[in-house]
Design a protein around this ligand. Sequence first.
Ligand code: ATP
Ligand code: MG
Length: 353
Amino acid sequence: MASIELKQIHKWFDTLHVINGVDLSIQKGEFVVFVGPSGCGKSTLLRIIAGLEDATSGSILIDSKDVTGNLPSERSLAMVFQSYALYPHMNVKENIGFALKTAGVEKKIIDKKVAETANILELSTLLNRLPKQLSGGQRQRVAIGRAIIREPKGFLFDEPLSNLDAALRVNMRLEISQLHKKLGITTIYVTHDQTEAMTLADRIVVLNKGKVVQEGTPRALYNKPNSLFVAEFIGSPKMNVIPCNAQNGKVILNLEKKSKTKIKSPKQEISKIGIRAEAISITDINNPDLFGKLVLCEYLGSEQFAYVDCGNGILITVRVEPAIEIKIGSEIGLNLNPSSVHFFSESGLRIEP
Ligand SMILES: Nc1ncnc2c1ncn2[C@@H]1O[C@H](COP(=O)(O)OP(=O)(O)OP(=O)(O)O)[C@@H](O)[C@H]1O
Ligand SMILES: [Mg+2]
């Protein structure tokens, strides 16, 4: 396993500035997840680290050694893509052993390593099958096997599970997590999936428009997003955001009916509050923080989400105990847990209470 360091990476595609000054330091054995909107540069950054794409400027260090100009094969990193691209005419054993064969490794050693790799990935009984005779999850495991057998210092995954169905994704997510615990290989993992990001990452790096906008543990990003962008990007359901101002030290919500809350406002000028679905409770309409009408309910068995129309186009998501029967159409009050309110400035930056 290796440490990976990026220093002031920039990438231009003609006139398009895709990566805009990324600095990042990844520790040996760390599992780092890149998230960000489509087109923000996640894959490009990963490809630059792998050496499949040149950075326009900046440098990449692996184990403190500058590898910026090195070929992909000289970096000891293995990349696993969304499309697993197995060789269709080779069976599982041949696919996994291919890299060693082309490197001229002795057959006996290849056989031993293939057996070990297949054992780790529970592919031992499938070694003679062709890729077309495998399920999506099994194919993805073969692709990971091809990467592991090279004993890379780091893994680079680009949305490796997005072609799989929901159940397989969950299985593979757990397998990747266990594999990381077992092998301890430094990993960078790109995903669009909130659950994958939150559950796999030691550290999440949020990218937007080619820049790192925040990095931290899943907990830190969820509980202390540094901007409205991160607040709305991390977490599912999305954080509720309500325009507001302050009056006499209290937060006033700018909804259809102005709503005077019991929430203490910070000293700095605020323009929006953010509050997560689990920090809101439905109450009767005597003296709530705000009013609304229940318009929709999503019952999921272990939890349910109520959607409350508060006018001005603001639909608030509230997490409700699943045992409670929700009456659509009723007028209700909502209380916001004051210690869970996030404050943001006009420009979308976090303001501490
Ligand atoms: N070879 C290329 N030539 C020109 N533009 C490119 C090239 N590769 C990527 N881009 C552009 O660079 C930007 C970043 O692309 P990238 O694939 O890194 O995004 P991403 O964050 O991985 O997005 P997604 O989540 O959709 O996979 C996009 O605007 C894309 O169109
Ligand atoms: Mg991508």
